[in-house]
Design a protein around this ligand. Structure first.
Ligand SMILES: C[S@@+](CC[C@H](N)C(=O)[O-])C[C@H]1O[C@@H](n2cnc3c(N)ncnc32)[C@H](O)[C@@H]1O
Length: 206
């Protein structure tokens, strides 16, 4: 029996409810399908963060951690204490099985991050800043969770980049001297479907 494919439909989601229902169905075959398609953004984000001299032993918050594919590469890069959040119970259950995260929280990233009780030096959102997932406003919400000098590493794929709102928000925060860009590189996201992404690391300034 052929496993049902989901990837191409991931870019046609336009409500939180649709996205939640979509990941509920995709969870069990997610790792296999994105690995088969050469998912490169987690490794590229981990490497970009390493190039920015991160605090490897400080807790990292991996927003939209899904099944933990992002955590796998963060752990390989040397980050020692990972915490994850996602709104999909099915994706989180698979992340839990991987045993990578010190804590996992079921939370919608459009809600206030009420489960956060400390400030983070490093936050990641890999494969999460996208239409039907997280909008540009996520960046400012993440900055509120971070210490000055903290690093936020994220990917924005070609579909995300079609919406000028994400880059406009980054430009606004640079102009307001709230962030500086430490890393920005365009390259592979899912090479088997010829989809690229920008990996960006921004530093919180104040
Ligand atoms: C493409 S997956 C990326 C997962 C993981 N970071 C990775 O690199 O494999 C996107 C994840 O974002 C989560 N997500 C999408 N919208 C969300 C929301 N509003 N609140 C919380 N999580 C959300 C999904 O449940 C899914 O696990």
């Amino acid at each position: 029996m052929t496993t049902k494919k989901f990837l191409n439909n991931a870019y046609e989601l336009d409500s939180v409810e649709q996205t939640l229902a979509f990941y509920k169905k995709w969870a069990d075959s997610y790792d296999e399908e994105i690995t088969d398609n050469g998912y490169a953004s987690p490794l590229r984000t981990a490497e970009a963060l390493l190039a920015c001299n991160p605090q490897l032993n400080s807790p990292v918050l991996d927003i939209g951690c899904g099944t933990g594919m992002s955590g796998l590469f963060l752990q390989h890069a040397g980050f020692t204490e990972l915490h994850g959040s996602d709104f999909s119970a099915q994706m989180l259950a698979l992340a839990k099985e991987k045993g990578l995260y010190h804590s996992l929280h079921q939370a919608d990233l459009n809600d206030p991050f009420d489960f956060i009780t400390r400030q983070y030096h490093t936050v990641t959102a890999i494969g999460v800043m996208a239409p039907g997932h997280a909008g540009p406003q996520l960046i400012e919400s993440v900055l509120a969770l971070m210490e000055p000098g903290g690093l936020f590493g994220f990917s924005m794929n070609d579909h995300t980049l079609e919406d000028p709102g994400y880059q406009a928000e980054i430009d606004r925060l640079i102009k307001a001297r709230q962030i500086r860009v430490r890393w920005s590189e365009y390259g592979d996201h899912l090479p088997q479907i010829t989809l690229n992404s920008i990996i960006m690391v921004i530093e919180k300034l104040a």
